[in-house]
Design a protein around this ligand. Sequence first.
Ligand code: EPZ
Length: 422
Amino acid sequence: MDSILVRGNGPLNGVIPIAGAKNACLTLMPATLLSDEPLTLTNAPRLSDIRTMTQLLQSLGAEVTSMQSGQVLAMSSHDLTNLTADYDIVRKMRASNLVLGPLLARAGQAIVSLPGGCAIGARPMDLHIAGLEALGAEIELRDGYLHARTPGRLKGAVIDQRFASVGATENIVMAATLAKGTTVLKNAAREPEIVDLVKCLRAMGAQIEGEGTATITIEGVDRLHGATHPVVTDRIELGTYMIAPAIAGGDVELLGGRRDLLGGFCDKLEEAGVHVEETARGLRVAHATGRVQPVDVKTEVFPGFPTDLQAQMMALLTTAHGTSVLEETIFENRFMHAPELMRMGGRIDVHGGHATVTGVEKLKGAPVMATDLRASVSLILAGLAAEGETLVRRVYHLDRGYERVEEKLSAVGAKIERIKGE
Ligand code: EPZ
């Protein structure tokens, strides 16, 4: 398995282009299952998770053609030949569960493996199930698989989610586009990926209002047609690379960056003393070499501080000028990067859902390893500011969500390289 070697090397300067959003693309791709006409996505990110979703869709009978080095995905689900999402694919990537709503709505049946727990938490699917049952689906758990069927067409309903789950909102909205009648989803997730999904569904002929607010209303239609849709900018890749000049010093412009995608993240970066500015092409982040100010951070649903940037923020705060407290409220086990950062000299005390981080003057390079995607990239960020070499092992996780990380960071002056096959 590849590793990434980072040598702390002072300020970063230049431009980093931000890709299309992994988490938007992973919900846009299953939307192809809703129509027998082609759906084409542009600005797709080139990531292993996208290849996994491609395999899953192909296993269901969809045609998926990757063009322009993977940035364009041309999909067609004219004939669905299989309605089972197999455990072997679902266990690799939880987002596979996003085929459940579309298959059920289009084919009246779906058998989807339960993904099981993962490193960051148990991540049950009760909200997906409750929402689809409210639309009239009958769902049973047998042999580790959810067996879902609907006697006729799904029927619109009023659904009030206990928690604004991103995935459940996506499954319910997709299913409701083809239901009979009106669905009102209350306490819906408001993340930019949901807004992007709704834009795409609307381009396919769906009638939806309220995306980006807590109440989404969907008027079911008889069929959806083909469309071409550009994937929204990846706000998490954006936030990750905004931390690079904050931790190492420097001045970097993030092409395609938008402040409105970042919710509470920009405010916290500014509170830490980092300069953030909108430009004609994106966002510019500048910070003189030196320690940032400590800030307290609490992860929340959008527009709060995103859980997917908590590990990267912790890396930044390990060198802050004082003590910060990070509170993780979305996932119950998302501090696995803390012990690895501590191997690099970070002073971190994890107690339940809180982590107290006391900034040190300088981190020290070390061999480290992480068990999830955002944790892995936080170690690379820490390596940019550390003295000596940091070897991040098991970059399999990183490749799921960051395209060409070593190229993007080298382009702004980082000393970073991929070591093949260790
Ligand atoms: C999405 O996961 C993202 N994944 C995650 O990105 C992200 O961390 C998360 O949203 C929160 O923003 C994709 O979009 C593919 P949730 P999702 O359902 O949809 C609980 C990354 O690094 N919950 O909003 O699975 C759940 O256990 C990742 O790119 C239930 O209790 O997130 C969790 O504690 C990782 N029952 C909380 O809600 C349910 O039925 C948030 O989960 C569903 C969720």
